[in-house]
Ligand binder design. Structure first.
Ligand code: ADP
Ligand code: MG
Length: 633
């Protein structure tokens, strides 16, 4: 027993306490994953050491090949994992095994329901990690020493997984980390060679360094000195193996390791590129969004290797931002081993890898959509909003991205985002040459919008866009398959050939007949409107507001205003339905005051139907009440 100095007891960060509690109770049915997590960490530690040793070879301390050893003691009921990776300093131990640094964690944990079943689903968004040791152990001891530090810089961390941990300085000659799990009563099954071997084969076969178990037969006790070790995993980096030799389960387990995820991925794409550039990529589409998908600092990017040496996590230079949810590995033969984040910022090698990898991901998504629509639905639910950033960010792939988008539509009463632009185009009747869409606050609001009346009458499908990002998306996506995308609430709706010559002629005649009424309305509404005109969008509603061709839509205006920006004022176009009895009545209203009241009411109602708020709601109510009183008098 070595001497412990500077011993202190520290409390876990609140988030760690919550996570520990949750993990112990909700992941119990899958408890063997603790081993995968600890091995994954040991493998990361080896990766980090190899990387730091590129610049500082002395960190390798002359030595041994990098490896992980797992042993057990049946009598003492312990399982021990030992690695000769990078190790940790005292400060690192306190930071990494006492806190969770990821931003947004507190919010995330706050939102858990307390329902264990649901929460165990959610915790997958988070990644479980080191603390999963406490699923099977009621005490965990970590002995570690950072590579390059003297033996006296060893650290002993110990905790029962409750509120606190002990930490002390120790002498530790061996570099790296040894973790001793004191198994809970009832978990003796893990102090067993066969059990450990099976779990390692199942979850960690793909780990790129040897995982060794003691060689002696089951049940045999051996003194440490005479232990022979045996490698139980395949021990070469998965992506370096040919595709034909990798099983789906292996791809899936490797994903959990690189992505720090708990669940299987939806799809993956593994490619070796040879020629002018040489690299291997293994890219994954996760099964669901991490809790911090929209946090600016959320982890994103690929794990970068150069000639199989780990270089960095979160290399975000290889994919555009709108594909930030993709996880995986890229291993380049062209980059230099001492490549830095700065060097990665630009250059022809990075650019050409980025554009090839981007295409790979888009192809993978296309394939998923085509071959497995159910899985694609899950993908869309998780990441559709992020993919919608694509057309604005990636001009070159605009059409490809557009093909991957899914929208709610008047053709699908469920309101789900299920319609692809290609589906829409395939359904377009003779004479339709544009793709029509309507944006708004909510599905409930747009599906009943008066803007849809003429389309319903003519049996024309309209896409219904209600995500916050949609207006912005559509301002960048103006065409698909050679067809213009048209906002039905914008400008002077031109239905092209969908309106017959007679229709058009009739519209002109009505407009002419109502010129007088239009002038009176302009007078009554004054500054509130940019224009008043006869509508051909309507069948049932008396009036409607259209947005000027160049004006910001309601959604964009609200987003900009909410973010404190000054938004240029824009006035709506007020369109009336000449066939509507209220408009006919208005046309014959001789009393100018009544005419003005009615005009304002119609205008305000049109604003409400568009999901806008009224500038002067009290005036609206007063006018309406005045009319009601007259009616009941
Ligand atoms: P993650 O692996 O997702 O970062 P973990 O909870 O698994 O989260 O581990 C937390 C951190 O603790 C790691 O990021 C690493 O810095 C440190 N750590 C854990 N195990 C080891 C180890 N065997 N060697 C060195 N550092 C480790
Ligand atoms: Mg981990």
């Amino acid at each position: 027993m070595s001497v412990e100095t500077r011993k202190e007891t520290l409390g876990f960060q609140t988030e760690v306490k919550q996570l520990l509690h949750l993990m112990i109770h909700s992941l119990y049915s899958n408890k063997e994953i603790f081993l995968r997590e600890l091995i994954s960490n040991a493998s990361d530690a080896a990766d980090k050491l190899r990387f730091e040793a590129l610049a500082h070879p002395e960190l390798l301390e002359g030595g041994d090949p990098l490896k992980i050893r797992v042993s057990f003691d049946k009598e003492a009921r312990t399982v021990t994992l030992e690695d000769n990776g990078i190790g940790m300093s005292r400060d690192e131990v306190i930071a990494h095994l006492g806190t969770i640094a990821r931003s947004g964690t507190a919010d995330f944990l706050q939102n858990l329901s307390g329902d264990q079943k649901k929460d165990s689903q959610l915790i997958g968004q988070f990644g479980v990690g080191f603390y999963s040791a406490f699923i099977v152990a009621d005490q965990v001891d970590v002995y570690t020493r950072r590579a390059g530090a003297p033996a006296s810089a060893g650290v002993h961390w110990s905790s029962k997984g409750e509120g606190e941990f002990d930490i002390a300085d120790i002498d530790q000659p061996a570099r790296g980390t040894r973790i001793v799990l004191h198994l809970k009563a009832g978990e003796e099954e893990f102090a067993d060679g066969w059990r450990l071997r099976n779990v390692i084969k199942k979850y960690s076969d793909h780990i790129g360094l040897p995982i060794e178990l003691p060689k002696q037969q089951f049940g045999e006790e051996a003194q440490a000195a005479e232990v022979e070790w045996e490698t139980v995993n395949r021990a070469n980096a998965l992506w370096t193996c040919p595709r034909s030799e990798i099983k789906d389960e292996e791809y899936q387990e490797f994903y959990k390791h690189v992505a720090h995820d708990f669940e299987n991925p939806l799809a993956w794409s593994h490619n070796k590129v040879e020629g002018k550039l040489e690299y291997t990529s293994l890219l994954y589409v996760p099964g669901r969004a991490p809790f911090d998908l929209y946090h600016r600092e959320a982890p994103k990017g690929l794990k970068l290797y150069v000639q199989r040496v780990f270089i960095m996590d979160q290399a975000d230079q290889f994919l555009p931002l709108y594909l930030r949810f993709i996880k995986g590995v890229v291993d380049s033969n062209d980059l230099s081993l001492n490549v830095s984040r700065e060097i990665l910022q630009a250059g022809p090698v990075i650019d050409s890898m980025k554009s090839a990898l981007t295409k790979r991901v888009l192809d993978m998504l296309e394939k998923l959509a085509k071959n497995d629509p159910e899985q694609y639905k899950a993908f869309w639910k998780a990441f559709g909003q992020v993919l919608k950033e694509g057309p604005a960010e990636d001009f070159a792939n605009k059409e490809k991205i557009a093909g991957l988008l899914r929208f709610a539509s008047t053709s699908d009463a469920s309101g789900e985002q299920s319609v692809a632009l290609a589906d829409y185009v395939g359904r377009m009747p003779e004479g339709q040459d544009k793709i029509y869409f309507l944006t708004g606050e909510s599905y409930a609001q747009v599906k009943n919008s008066p803007h849809l009346e003429v389309f319903r009458k003519k049996g024309i499908e309209v896409l219904l866009l209600t995500d916050r990002i949609d207006e912005w998306l559509m301002s960048h996506l103006t065409e698909f398959d050679g067809k213009q995308l048209v906002d039905v609430a914008r400008g002077d709706l031109d239905l092209g050939k969908l309106d017959s010559e007679e229709d058009k002629k009739a519209q002109e005649e009505v407009a002419k007949a109502k010129e007088g009424l239009i002038e009176r309305l302009k007078g009554a509404l004054g500054e509130q409107v940019a224009e008043v005109r006869v509508s051909h969008r309507l069948t049932d509603s008396p009036a409607i507001l259209a947005i000027g061709e160049q004006d910001l839509g309601l959604q964009m205006r609200q987003i900009l205003e909410a973010s404190g920006q000054k938004v240029p004022e824009s006035k709506p176009i007020f369109e009336i339905n000449p066939q509507h009895p209220l408009i006919e009545k208005l046309d014959t209203e001789a009393d100018e005051e009544r005419f003005a009241d009615l005009s304002h009411i119609l205008f305000d109602q049109a604003a409400l139907a568009a999901g806008d708020s009224l500038k002067d709601p009290a005036a609206y109510v007063q006018r309406l009440n005045k009319l009601l009183v007259e009616l009941s008098a």
